[in-house]
Design a binder for this molecule. Structure first.
Ligand SMILES: [Zn+2]
Length: 397
C-alpha cells in the first residue's frame, strides 16, 4: 500500500540556525503579503486570486529592490506559501458551501509563523555519522540528530520551529508499506464525553488523563515568575521559556497518550465509528471549544494510524442525533439536556446511560450506512505532519 509517512528530526542548536529562523520569518512576511494581495484582488475584481497568477506576481515582486530579501528563502518555499493559502481558501469555500461557519485565511504574526516547506529542490542531504546527519539548505549546512534511519524517498522537507526555540525537520515520504496489523473483523462505535474522554458501545470508558490539571502547580509557579519580570528583559524571556516548557510537556504527554489510545483501538477494531466533530462544532456552546480541539487532534492521529494499518474510521451522519435517540426503539428524546447523564426512554421505558446509548447509536448508524451516509475520515492516507500540524498546540487535557 502506497502511504505518505513523515519522519521528524531535531536540529542541533547552533548559531547557524539563525539563518533558518530568518527564512521562516521571511516566509511569514511573504505569507502576509500574499493574504493582502488576495484581499485586494477580491475587492477590485470580486473574484478569487488564482494561485498561478499570484505565483507569477510574487516572482516579479522578488526582483524589486525592496523585496530583495525574499530571495533568502528558496523559491520552492515561496511556492509552498502560495499553495498553503490556496488550500486555505479552497477549504473556506468548501465550508461556505456546506454552510459551516469559518473564516478565510487571515494574517499571522510573523513570530507565530512556524515553518517553510521545500519540495525536491532547494535542499540536499550530506554525509551522516552514526547519530547525526547534515542537510544543506540555501547554501548552508545544518546538523541534525539522526534518531532513526533517513528514508530514501523524501518528497518534501519542512523546517519548523517550536516555542522553545528548537528547530525540526519533517521529511515527508511516499512509501510502500505492508501493514502488519492483523484484521479482527470487529467494529465499534465511540462517543466523546465531557468528563470521560471516550465511551464505546460496550460501555468501556476511557478517562481523560488530565495532564493540564496535574501541571497546574508548575504552571502557576511559571506564571508568577513571569509576572514578576520586566517585559522584554533577559529574565522575562527565560521565564517565558520556562512557561512554554511546562505547556510543551503537557502537549507532549497528551500527544503520546493519544497515540497509545489510537494504537490500542486500531489494533482491536477494523471499523471504528465516530460522530462528525464538525457538526459538534456547529452546535458550539460555551466551554466546549477547547475539548473539541483535543478531540480533533485525537481524530487526526487515529486517522493516520488507521490508514497505516488498513483500518477504517467512519464519521457518521452529520445530522444524526446520537445522544437523543433511544438505541432500543428509536424514540427521539428532544428535551435531553447536556448534563443529563442518565435518562429513561418515554417510548419503551429503557434506562439509558447517555454516552453508551450514543456510542451504540453511532455504531448502528455507521454499520448500516457504510459507504452511504457515513463519510470516510480520510479518503487518502494522511501524513503525520498534517495530523500534528493542523492541531492547535493548546494543552487541554
Ligand atoms: Zn426507547
Amino acid at each position: 500500500m502506497e502511504l505518505t509517512r513523515t519522519y521528524q528530526f531535531r536540529l542541533y542548536r547552533a548559531d547557524q540556525n539563525g539563518h533558518l529562523i530568518q527564512q521562516i520569518d521571511i516566509a511569514g512576511i511573504i505569507y502576509n503579503h500574499c493574504i493582502a494581495l488576495h484581499r485586494r484582488y477580491y475587492r477590485l475584481f470580486g473574484r478569487h486570486l488564482h494561485k498561478y497568477t499570484l505565483a507569477k506576481h510574487i516572482t516579479r515582486l522578488k526582483k524589486l529592490p525592496k523585496h530583495a530579501f525574499w530571495n533568502k528563502v528558496g523559491s520552492q518555499a515561496i511556492q509552498d506559501v502560495v499553495e498553503r493559502i490556496d488550500k486555505g481558501y479552497a477549504l473556506f469555500f468548501r465550508n461556505l458551501k456546506a454552510k459551516l461557519r469559518t473564516s478565510p485565511p487571515g494574517f499571522k504574526k510573523v513570530k507565530r509563523y512556524s515553518s517553510f516547506t521545500l519540495k525536491q529542490a532547494g535542499w540536499e542531504l550530506l554525509g551522516a555519522g552514526a547519530h547525526w546527519a547534515r542537510i544543506r539548505i540555501q547554501g548552508r549546512n545544518y546538523k541534525f540528530v539522526k534518531s532513526r534511519e533517513i528514508p530514501p524517498s523524501v518528497k518534501t522537507v519542512t523546517v519548523k520551529r517550536d516555542k522553545l526555540g528548537n528547530l525540526w525537520l519533517y521529511f515527508v515520504c511516499q512509501e510502500d508499506i505492508q501493514s502488519k496489523a492483523t484484521m479482527t473483523g470487529k467494529m465499534a462505535g465511540f462517543d466523546f464525553g465531557m468528563k470521560v474522554f471516550l465511551t464505546d458501545d460496550q460501555g468501556e470508558e476511557t478517562l481523560s488523563p488530565l495532564y493540564l490539571k496535574q501541571a497546574q502547580k508548575d504552571l502557576r509557579k511559571a506564571n508568577r515568575s513571569l509576572a514578576r519580570k520586566r517585559k522584554g528583559s533577559g529574565g522575562w524571556y527565560k521565564a517565558k521559556d520556562q512557561l512554554n516548557k511546562v505547556y510543551q510537556s503537557v502537549v507532549n504527554k497528551r500527544t503520546d497518550w493519544f497515540f497509545k489510545l489510537a494504537h490500542n483501538l486500531t489494533n482491536q477494531f477494523d471499523y471504528l465509528c465516530f460522530e462528525d466533530l464538525n457538526m459538534k462544532g456547529m452546535q458550539a456552546m460555551w466551554g466546549r471549544k477547547i475539548s473539541d480541539l483535543a478531540r480533533s487532534e485525537f481524530m487526526n492521529i487515529l486517522g493516520y494510524l488507521a490508514s497505516l494499518k488498513n483500518k477504517t474510521v467512519y464519521l457518521v451522519g452529520r445530522f444524526f442525533p446520537s445522544s437523543k435517540t433511544c438505541s432500543c426503539c428509536g424514540f427521539v428524546h428532544k428535551e435531553l439536556a447536556l448534563n443529563d447523564r442518565q435518562w429513561s426512554c418515554a417510548g419503551c421505558g429503557v434506562n439509558h446511560h447517555r454516552d453508551i446509548n450514543a456510542a451504540v447509536n453511532i455504531l448502528r448508524e455507521g454499520s448500516s450506512s457504510l459507504g452511504k451516509m457515513a463519510v470516510r475520515l480520510r479518503s487518502e492516507p494522511c501524513s503525520l505532519e498534517a495530523a500534528i500540524a493542523i492541531s492547535p498546540r493548546i494543552p487541554c487535557l
